[in-house]
Design a protein around this ligand. Sequence first.
Ligand code: AQP
Length: 324
Amino acid sequence: MRVLSGIQPTGEIHLGNYLGAVKRWVELQNTHECLFPIVDLHALTQSQNPKTFRSQVMEKAAELLALGVNPETSVLFIQSSVREHTELAWIFNTITPVGELERMTQFKDKSAKSKNINMGLMDYPVLMAADILLYQTDLVPVGQDQTQHLELTRETARRFNSLYGKTFKEPKGLLAKEGAKIMSLKDPSKKMSKSDGPSSYLSMFEDALSVKKKVMAAVTDTGKNIQYDPNKKPGISNLLTIYAILKGVSILKAESQFADADYSSFKKAVADLLLTTIEPFAKKKQELLSRELYVQEILERGGQHASSIAQGTMQNVRSKVGLS
Ligand code: AQP
């Protein structure tokens, strides 16, 4: 079974990215063939500084390795190093109705927040379909925010297959039972997201003081009980989810552990658990950042491996559509 999932080289990997995606990548790489692209072309849909963009990509690779991606068993690579992603995206563009892209929630959200509503932002899900289908992927572990895009990927595979004959596998999404949607610390009705500013998210490489401050200041609801009830108590429920996943227990068990606790002692326990979890990651990231050549080699090797699969698919696609 082949797994593919990507991450953008923007900002540091936060707790939402980790619990919704990266933690599961690390688990899956022991049993599945895994490809993890750093999707730099997707990141260009928002303005990036060309002087620092390349080092951001390297930093993202160091972060993923620090979080446990194993370069011996997984293929870690840079999306733009495999040219077939954009070629396939173009072909998919020619069979994707504009109306379907206009309906995408992420496009609507991002274009409402940004002045830079470029064509790439709208086309993001088509490029994502190419990223996935290029490798005949079986499973795509992603957070809940990507479900709609994944459905479009599946639809693209069906549409291409019905127009040109069976070419692509229809991949399945793999949503975490818990952690598929980690909520913002500032506003627990919204998903944790980099673009909502640093007080809304926790980086996996955040310093101890800042972790404590952010968790203690996390918006919670009025009341005193530590109860899991996402509708009535979204803030406490979010912290309970985070605690339960990191501790490796059920939410029910976490809830009963804090049956007699007040908000402050519960938050302190969450902060402490977060600190013990993330402390080794920061050290490892620093170590990897000082071994740039090593990280570069991993990415090159990954790019070559990914290219060999992608080229096979594109040869077939070119011939199916009559380009060769
Ligand atoms: N809050 C979240 N809960 C669970 N999973 C999440 N993911 C993102 N946010 C959450 C999952 O992380 C993976 C990598 O996503 P990305 O590189 O596309 O990051 P993102 O979605 O751009 O992250 P942000 O913080 O939401 O960035 P902005 O604010 O720029 O849009 C994906 O699998 C995603 O589902």
